[in-house]
Design a protein around this ligand. Structure first.
Ligand code: 5GP
Length: 251
């Protein structure tokens, strides 16, 4: 499918105009960044795996009635999505302490939280995506109270779905980040899960061994990132067909 002109290039993806109005082609790059892009590398095959994994999660969410921007996967690195207006927040759901939460609260990584905790960061690289209270979100008009009620509902439904899917393949969902977009249908707007859901934006630990199968492998130099993501894809049975234990990587 012919893609249109480039709209935006981020750290891990490029967005192009889609074939129809209201659509976008989302291209998954192999670039990995951490610590606000202070650490960078190109990880062979990461984009191919994240394209497949995000397709798998978004398709499942669409099927259980959690709306997402995902329309279809086009090829190894591209998917067609609905264009939406992204709310400038990272919506983070935590089931177990880890990462910035553990640091901020002095809680050991892996400690189960009394209930899922949902928190919001303001998407701004220059500021390092600071954690913000809902008061800021309302005061600066990033989202209304009604929107935030819907965002919370979506975040918790995504959490239940992802936790269950991962549990089924022996993986604990520690935490994750999603982004929410607005799509307009005539006079109505509705909120959808946008961006991507992949091991770049989740913490995934093997239930038995505690082995990390997510981007912390890159952030903390714990081994080969492609191997970790391939393991997640293998367990979920979403590796491209006809390949061995590793996917055939085609640009
Ligand atoms: P933390 O706040 O502990 O660093 O991250 C919490 C969760 O959100 C982790 O699963 C992490 O991967 C995800 N996350 C937080 N910020 C970002 C971000 O800027 N990009 C991506 N891809 N994931 C993020």
């Amino acid at each position: 499918m012919a893609r249109g002109k480039k709209i935006y290039e981020g750290k891990a993806k490029i967005l192009f105009e889609g074939p129809e109005p209201g659509t976008i082609v989302q291209y998954f790059k192999d670039d990995a960044t951490a610590f606000n892009a202070e650490k960078k590398d190109v990880i062979d095959g990461k984009g191919v795996l994240n394209n497949r994994l995000s397709e798998y999660f978004m398709t499942g969410l669409n099927q259980i009635g959690v709306p997402t921007h995902f329309l279809k996967r086009l090829n190894m690195r591209e998917q067609l999505v609905r264009s939406c207006e992204i709310i400038p927040l990272e919506v983070i759901v935590r089931n177990f302490a880890a990462g910035s939460f553990s640091k901020r609260m002095g809680v050991e990584e892996g400690t189960q939280l009394p209930r899922p905790i949902v928190e919001y960061s303001y998407k701004d690289d220059a500021l390092g995506d600071p954690l913000v209270p809902e008061e800021y979100i309302a005061a600066f008009g990033w989202a209304s109270q009604q929107d935030m009620d819907d965002v919370l509902g979506l975040a918790l439904r995504v959490n239940d779905f992802l936790s269950g899917v991962m549990y089924g393949v022996g993986i604990k969902l520690i935490d994750f980040k999603i982004e929410i977009g607005r799509v307009y249908e005539g006079d109505f707007q509705r909120l959808v899960v946008a961006d991507e859901i992949s091991p770049d934006s989740c913490r995934l630990w093997d239930i038995e061994t505690g082995q990390k199968l997510d981007k912390d492998v890159f952030r903390r130099d714990l081994g080969n990132l492609t191997d970790a993501y391939t393991e997640v894809a293998r367990r979920l049975n979403v590796l491209p067909k006809g390949t061995g234990p590793k996917p055939t990587l085609v640009n």
